[in-house]
Design a protein around this ligand. Structure first.
Ligand SMILES: Cc1ncc(COP(=O)(O)O)c(C=O)c1O
Length: 397
């Protein structure tokens, strides 16, 4: 069968691929410690799960309006006002099957063949592929560890062309954990507004902040910026609800309407039961979020110290999310148990096979000098994983 060109150019998500490989080895009875997953290892808080169960019991199991139930859209508007200082009307909100789907809808509504989308690297793996699937051209702009992995105004300016349609700003960032300050966002927004470039603000990790880092929502910078911004968020990461598949976009009315129309033909409404659970998440007690954050903070300390103690590994302390992006380039060209380490993919392979530890190669995020660790895994696994890595890496020659 001959597939469409669009499908031929797209690979499976490398994070999911590495995770699947680790799971396969686990099935064979090998004790794999996985640092690959991008989801909280906690259960969905009880009161949220109960809201889902109640929805089933009450027969809330039919089609809903395609862009989401009014109750959830209103809860999202309350949340955006309360936590982000943003004024949106429910008609500006589209609820989707996860934040990923919300981003996809936005690109469907915005991108014409050949339009360029600026993606600061390191980036979340799906941005480039989603842009390509929509006929756009990803323009990857590297950032530097010395700049905290943040895009600078000068490198932004240099990347803009007459074809630039949109940019991704992902703060806190996956995979680096970088969090942009208000001033840093303002400096970028000034340039973007001057060029009329649409900002896709992916804010799914907004609650996962450490050491007093503060979060600024891009659309909150002012009315001119808000008019060009589609705010993307969801309940997956904040409320340990990855499997429920609820994300959302808040956007200027015309764009929101187009996204809602696209969704109505592509998938119809997101899951009715999960929508009720999402209302409970946004409107209910926020204490479980704080508890999860405390635990992530503890793990982050341990991981940063442990990884920096590994031969050939260097990492900065991330301000947000639950990932560590470690520079492993010092190991390139050396050998481990007779096998040459040529880049992040070969190192990740070797660590999986020799140490039974799974990490994601940085090449997947647009920077081959790194590997990504997720600390959304238990402290016991972290301790064990660090010991194994230390033992195996001691044999690097
Ligand atoms: C930066 C970023 N955006 C969006 C998503 C998608 O989240 P959701 O589960 O809401 O689709 C992820 C998930 O890994 C992510 O890392």
């Amino acid at each position: 069968m001959k597939l469409a060109r669009r499908a031929q150019g797209i690979g499976a998500s490398p994070t999911l691929a590495m995770n699947a490989r680790a799971k396969e080895m686990k099935k064979q009875g090998i004790d794999i410690l996985s640092f690959t997953v991008g989801e909280p290892d906690f259960d969905t808080p009880e009161h949220i799960a109960e809201a889902g169960i109640t929805a089933i019991r009450e027969g809330f199991t039919r089609y809903t309006p395609a862009a989401g139930i009014p109750e959830l859209k209103e809860a999202i508007c309350v949340k955006l006002k309360r936590e982000n200082g943003l004024d949106y009307d429910p008609a500006d909100v589209v609820v989707s099957n996860g934040a990923k789907h919300a981003i996809y809808n936005a690109l469907q509504a915005l991108i014409d063949e050949g339009d360029e989308v600026i993606i600061p690297a390191p980036y979340w793996v799906s941005y480039t592929e989603m842009v390509k699937l929509n006929g756009g051209v990803p323009v990857v702009v590297p950032t530097r560890a010395e700049d905290g992995f943040k895009l600078t105004p000068s490198s932004l300016k240099a990347a803009i062309t007459p074809r630039t349609k949109a940019i991704f700003i992902n703060s806190p960032n996956n995979p680096t954990g970088a969090v942009y300050s208000r001033a840093e966002l303002e400096a970028l927004a000034e340039i973007l507004v001057a060029h009329g470039i649409v900002i896709i603000a992916d804010e799914v990790y907004e609650k996962l902040l450490y050491d007093g880092a503060t979060f600024t929502s891009v659309a909150a910078l002012g009315p001119e910026v808000k008019d060009l911004t589609v705010t993307i968020n969801g309940v997956s990461k904040t409320y340990a609800m990855t499997g429920w598949r609820i994300g959302y976009a808040a956007a200027p009315r015309e764009l929101a309407q187009a996204m809602a129309n696209i969704q109505s033909h592509a998938t119809s409404n997101p899951n009715s039961i999960a929508q009720k659970a999402a209302v409970a998440a946004l409107m209910g007690p926020q204490e479980p979020v704080r508890r999860m954050l405390d635990e992530f903070a503890r793990r982050r300390e341990r991981m940063v110290a442990g990884i920096n103690a590994l031969p050939g590994f260097k990492c900065r302390k991330p301000e947000g999310a639950f990932y560590i992006f470690a520079d492993v380039s010092e190991l390139f060209g050396r050998t481990l148990r007779g096998q040459k380490i040529t880049g992040s993919v070969s190192l990740a392979e070797l660590l999986l096979v020799e140490a039974h530890v799974a990490v994601v190669p940085g090449a997947a995020f647009g920077d081959d000098r790194y590997v990504r660790f997720s600390y959304a895994t238990s402290m016991a696994s972290i301790e064990k994983g660090l010991v194994r890595l230390k033992e195996v890496l001691a044999e690097v020659r």
